[in-house]
Design a protein around this ligand. Structure first.
Ligand SMILES: [Mg+2]
Length: 292
């Protein structure tokens, strides 16, 4: 019978600059690994080309690029799921049917819930917003099979995520309007969750302002990896003007992908995107932009 790895299991790792310990890739709690990494650091030369994706798990290697992905219409498409989650959450928590359908693209779930409650004559009080968040997570779990059926990764997304995962010094997470459980379920539905460190993401329950989510993800990544992140090292990739504005709010590099429903490349450029792609299909070009 196979045995699941302990949350604290450590794996010896030979780094290009020394020897250390990493949390097992399946571990869920890196605390002890981090502590040992702190007490027994590998060489502090921190050579950028020596650390491997595996030994980065010991959190002693430098983070040279923090890549923060938007999810909907950037990595995946999942027709109708967002509205269904909102409708169920509103119905269960208030007994009100969703009549006023908000435009979802690029907005945080906290903003959407506030808009929906107000549009239906309800008080957008914090306790109700939190119950709506919780019910959206329940609704998403109930639709796991449905999301697998209707969802798919957008062209090039899997290849780019996989390619970046092999680059030393690159850490990938999300800045998304989705609440955290929904973000994880959506990416799992199309088998993209394995590339993402969800622990350091910024999520739609956390602010009305998308730029706040970028700042949250940056601070979480910096704390986890015990480093500082320059503006140039943080890359936000998204399909809406909200993604671009959020990136610039935080001082990060903004890469637009014109795969959104109502957003063109011109819109993304006008919002301040540093680079815009028509899709993620040109893996080499996207990698070059991220690593520039
Ligand atoms: Mg999007």
């Amino acid at each position: 019978m196979s045995k699941s790895p302990s949350a604290h299991a450590l794996t010896p790792v030979v780094c290009g600059s020394g020897f250390g310990f990493a949390a097992h890739p399946a571990a869920t709690t890196p605390t002890i690994a981090s502590a040992i990494g702190f007490l027994m650091p590998l060489s502090r030369e921190r050579p950028s080309t020596r650390c491997t994706p595996l030994c980065q798990l010991c959190f002693t290697c430098p983070v040279e690029r923090l890549v923060l992905w938007d999810i909907d219409r950037t990595l995946v498409t999942m027709a109708g799921v967002g509205h269904a989650l909102l409708a169920q959450a509103l119905q269960v928590t208030t007994g009100v049917e969703l009549v006023h359908q908000p435009e979802l693209g690029g907005k945080t779930d906290r903003e959407l819930i506030t808009t929906v409650l107000t549009a239906h004559g309800l008080d957008a009080a914090e306790p109700l917003i939190e119950r709506m968040h919780a019910e959206m997570a329940v609704a998403a779990h109930e639709r796991t099979d449905h999301m697998r059926a209707v969802g798919f990764a957008l062209p090039g997304a899997s290849a780019v995520l996989a390619a970046l995962a092999t680059v030393p010094g690159v850490v990938q997470s999300v800045v998304t309007g989705n609440i955290a459980p929904v973000a994880r379920l959506k990416l799992a539905a199309v088998d993209l969750d394995r590339f993402i460190d969800f622990e350091i993401g910024g999520y739609g329950s956390e602010s009305l302002v998308r730029g706040d989510l970028v700042n949250l993800a940056r601070s979480r990544a910096a704390r986890k990896h015990r480093t500082t992140l320059s503006n140039e090292s943080v890359i936000v990739i998204g399909d809406t003007v909200h993604d671009i504005v959020g990136a610039k709010f935080s001082g990060a590099v903004a890469i637009g992908v014109a795969t959104g429903l109502n957003t063109t490349a011109d819109h993304l450029h006008a919002a301040g995107a540093d680079v815009v792609f028509s899709s993620l299909e040109d893996t080499a070009a996207v990698l070059a932009a991220v690593l520039a």
